[in-house]
Design a protein around this ligand. Structure first.
Ligand code: HEM
Length: 324
């Protein structure tokens, strides 16, 4: 089986934003794809990346499995000292809150209470650590992608007043489809898998043996809005529940996603969509909002990974709606 370097082109002069200063990270990879085709190699910061955008390549990407749990454990155990210390500190703070919660007579059914309940029955140290790590994860992920996605959902609804009226009136199914659609269009995620043991990988054109130490990657913004005609526009009706209703125009249904596909898709999809739906319905039901931007807001060009952050402030005027 050939090595990737034997058969795949190398995108010259491309670096990733964590290694070199890049003006527009997504445009840089898009340019490489235009030049090299759907599957190519990027050498950045001394590391090797195999990027793939072909239907078979993307399907092979989502099908990659963790075949070596021992190697995973070694990777997990190595380094990241500072991060581990920070998590220990968080665990201490949350432990105090759990103690207070345990001794309080009135237990609420809020998110913290639900997390605490989920760890009931575990030994004290496992329970305490588990609650702390869940709280830390929800904070980190909510502060980043969730808030950004909610922002785009509101931006898009403000541009579609008839849909906005229905969401504000409580149409939760439409609100969820709007949330998925805005998240799809705002996706800047680089999806990456670290290769721990040599793995055979079907790019659609050939099968290559990717060496250990390499990264196999794809980039959602290069597919989500262009893998079939019409995907560049905002249309919540293209979603049925959590899927694209009619994927027949797509060479593979995996070419488009908001929360990922397969084993590593976002475990917080339901949580995120219900948080977005509730926030959209309440905010738009209570306040009349007037956008203050002229052109549709643009993402920070250098960003790669996660949901786009807006390049400029997106201000809205808002006024409390009277009782209806
Ligand atoms: C709108 C908000 C969010 C979006 C668009 C989003 C999107 C994604 C995507 C596309 C993946 C798949 C990555 C991959 O396959 O490599 C992912 C994974 C993940 N997400 Fe989210 N996410 C969101 C919110 C959250 C929140 C709030 C949490 C935590 C409370 C969370 C926790 C995770 C975790 C732990 C994974 C890794 C799963 C795994 O590797 O098995 N996400 N997310």
């Amino acid at each position: 089986m050939p090595a990737p370097g034997d058969v795949l082109p190398v995108a010259e002069g491309i670096g990733l934003p964590w290694d070199v200063a890049v003006d527009d990270a997504v445009a840089a990879i898009a340019g490489a794809r235009e030049h090299c085709g759907d599957t190519f190699l990027v050498e950045s910061g001394g590391d090797h990346y195999l990027f793939t955008f072909s239907p078979v390549g993307v399907e092979s990407f989502y099908a990659l499995v963790e075949e070596d749990p021992d190697a995973m454990a070694t990777v997990a155990a190595s380094g990241k000292r500072a991060e581990r210390l920070a998590l220990d500190e968080i665990a201490g703070v949350v432990e105090d809150s759990v103690r207070k919660y345990d001794s309080s007579p009135s237990r609420d059914g809020g998110l913290f209470g639900r997390i605490v309940d989920a760890w009931a029955g575990e030994p004290a140290d496992v329970r305490s650590r588990g609650i702390a790590m869940d709280v830390a994860l929800i904070h980190i992920a909510s502060m980043s992608n969730l808030m950004a996605a909610l922002g785009w959902a509101i931006v898009d609804l403000l541009a579609h007043p008839e849909r906005l009226r229905l969401v504000a009136a409580g149409d939760a199914d439409l609100a969820q489809r709007c949330a998925l659609e805005s998240t799809r269009l705002a996706q800047r995620s680089i999806m990456a898998r670290a290769v721990l043991q040599p793995v055979s990988f079907d790019t659609g054109a050939e099968v290559v043996l990717v060496p250990a130490g390499w990264t196999i990657a794809t980039l959602l913004p290069l597919l989500n809005a262009s893998a079939a005609p019409g995907l560049e526009t905002w249309n919540p009706d293209r979603w049925h529940r959590y899927r694209i209703a009619d994927a027949s125009a797509l060479a593979s249904p995996m070419l488009v996603t908001a929360f990922g596909h397969g084993k590593h898709s976002c475990p917080a999809q339901l949580f995120s969509l219900s948080a977005m739906t509730i926030a959209m319905t309440r905010l738009l039901g209570r306040y009349a909002m007037t956008p203050k931007w002229g052109e549709y807001p643009q993402p920070v060009p250098a960003q790669i990974g996660g949901v786009a952050r807006a390049a400029d402030p997106c201000r809205v005027d808002y006024a409390r709606l009277g009782p209806t």
